[in-house]
Write a protein that binds this ligand. Structure first.
Ligand code: ARG
Length: 423
């Protein structure tokens, strides 16, 4: 017993002995995103990457603290994008991606991680990548090898044979490895276990067809209810949340019934789906900016013709569904599908969300408090409060009057470290 205690105190000694790194940030004002109130002249103290106090300027500043004074700046919590693919770049559409070696995409991810963080997104959920690239990015960021946001990695997206998450653009003789294609409850459970083993912190699966896949109909359901239930049950048992790619009506409803946590896209959700989502507390994560980009740039990017056709069918409809869902009171998080459009442009979606029925505050909440809650991390992300991570962004002007201000972030801090300060 004594030796255990001695070993323990030895193990923790460096923690107590180390000199704490303290930084004090001041600005003109701060938005309390929980209730939409302005706080004037804030003074935020961050110790070893976590906020220790939120006070008003003029209060005590610890001797030896670093100071970051931001006159003229409005502070908000670091933003959260719940749906990105850091290792994708839309300019290589259709078969163009085949010109590159596998690890090309890892390197693309390194560049996109930096762009995303500099755009004010201090946390992202990466819901689908190959080769466990998102785990590698997360590790490299945490080790200080590269610069990027906090990442919640899904690794591979799980899906049915021939579905949106399978590779359906090759003939049978070209047998492309598909480590997360699984059919039937048992195989699906085993795949969830495998992905968690190799670093998944959220499970993504394809419940219906999609736009950027050949051979499937966007609205078609691709996993049966019992398969979805097995997947969600296994993931939840392992403590992981579940994100479902679902455009189609029946697939959305079954995913909600199965207990999924977030519905990605949700394009063809109907009133019954809204009711079910409210009843189950399911979040919608709707990438409604994409349509503008895909229709403007898709052809030039080499996007498959059938994908562009599917986009024309679903783009406007998804925005109308978003508007109806907001009106119905469905809980919303901010998810853009970065990678389908250029990563780093994430904040462009705020304007679209306001055009389609949200108040600027609601759109900001979707990317802060709501996202943090949907991640299961409301105590450390999405707010500027004691105990939270020192993740802050700064803008000039009033984002509640003009949400486009969030596209011009002038200050970004992650875990108490300044990432960007352009003034
Ligand atoms: N990853 C999605 C899919 O392929 C993108 C959908 C983009 N279009 C849209 N209107 N949100 O299905």
């Amino acid at each position: 017993m004594r030796s255990t205690l001695a070993a323990l105190s030895l193990a923790f000694a460096p923690l107590f002995a180390a000199h704490a790194d303290t930084v004090v940030v001041t600005a003109d004002r701060m938005l309390d995103v929980t209730n939409g109130r302005w706080v004037d002249k804030p003074q935020i103290t961050i110790v070893d990457g976590r906020i220790s106090a939120v006070a008003t300027q003029g209060g005590m500043v610890e001797a030896g603290a670093r100071r970051v004074d931001l006159p003229g700046v409005t502070l908000l919590p670091g933003l959260i994008d719940m749906h990105v693919h850091l290792t994708s770049d839309p300019q290589y559409g259709g078969y163009r991606g085949l010109e590159f070696t596998d690890n090309f995409w890892t390197v693309v991810g390194v560049a996109n991680a930096k762009k995303t963080l500099e755009a004010g997104f201090t946390t992202v959920r990466n819901v689908g990548s190959s080769n466990y690239d998102d785990v590698a990015l997360k590790q490299a960021i945490e080790q200080g090898q590269i610069v990027g946001p906090r990442i919640v990695p899904a690794t591979y997206a799980i899906g049915a044979t021939g579905g949106h998450c399978d590779t359906t653009e090759f003939p049978p003789s070209m047998n492309v490895p598909s480590p997360a294609v699984a059919d039937g409850p048992q195989a699906i459970r085993a795949t969830v276990r495998k992905l968690r083993k190799y670093g998944a912190e959220v499970i993504k699966f394809c419940g219906t067809g999609g736009v950027f896949s050949k051979t499937d109909a966007v609205g078609a359901q691709q996993y049966a209810l019992d398969e979805m239930k097995a997947l969600v049950d296994e993931a939840h048992m392992l403590g992981l949340k579940v994100a479902v790619h679902a455009h189609g009506t029946s697939g959305i409803k079954d995913a909600i019934r199965a207990g999924a946590d977030t519905i990605e896209h949700a394009s063809l959700a109907d009133e019954e789906a809204f009711r079910l989502a409210k009843q189950h507390g399911t979040w919608f994560s709707m990438d409604i900016y994409n349509d503008d980009y895909i229709l403007a740039e898709g052809e030039k990017n080499g996007t498959f013709k059938e994908s562009l056709e599917k986009e024309r069918m679903i783009g406007l409809k998804q925005r109308q569904t978003f508007q109806a869902a907001v009106k119905a009171g469905v809980k919303m998080v901010f998810g853009t599908d970065g990678g389908i459009y250029p990563n780093g442009d994430n904040a462009k979606q705020f304007v679209t969300m306001v055009q389609w029925g949200m108040t600027p505050l609601q759109a900001i909440q979707a990317a802060t408090v709501n996202a943090a809650e949907a991640l299961g991390r409301p105590d450390e992300l999405g707010v500027i409060a004691a105990g939270s991570r020192g993740d802050l962004i700064g803008v000039t002007g009033d984002p509640l009057a003009d949400v486009a201000r969030l596209q011009a972030v002038s200050f970004v801090m992650k875990g108490g470290e300044v990432v960007r300060s352009t003034r």
